[in-house]
Design a protein around this ligand. Structure first.
Ligand code: HEC
Length: 61
């Protein structure tokens, strides 16, 4: 799964998560954009067996 994002994108996602994964920094950190570009084509409401990242509440889980 980690192959789907670049080193830098992974770093930003992990750092954002370690800092608490706050909704307030979800957009400003760039995490939302990365997920939209790299993950949501699979992780969406259609894919019932894997987490849906289009909704922030789901991502928190
Ligand atoms: C090509 C389709 C595809 C893309 C793109 C994709 N995923 Fe996934 N993801 C899957 C599938 C299928 C699974 C479930 C099977 C597995 O674990 O490999 C999964 C599982 C996961 C899991 C584990 C979920 C669990 O319940 O254990 C995480 C976390 C995850 N993906 C994160 C990401 C992130 C972050 C990105 C973007 C950088 C991403 N994925 C991009 C298809 C994708």
């Amino acid at each position: 799964m980690k192959d789907n994002a670049t080193e830098h994108e992974r770093f930003v996602i992990i750092q954002w998560d370690r800092e608490g994964g706050e909704e307030s920094t979800y957009v400003s950190s760039g995490v939302k954009k990365t997920l939209e570009n790299k993950c949501v084509m699979c992780h969406n409401e259609v894919a019932s067996v894997i987490p849906d990242f289009t909704e922030f509440e789901q991502l928190k889980d």
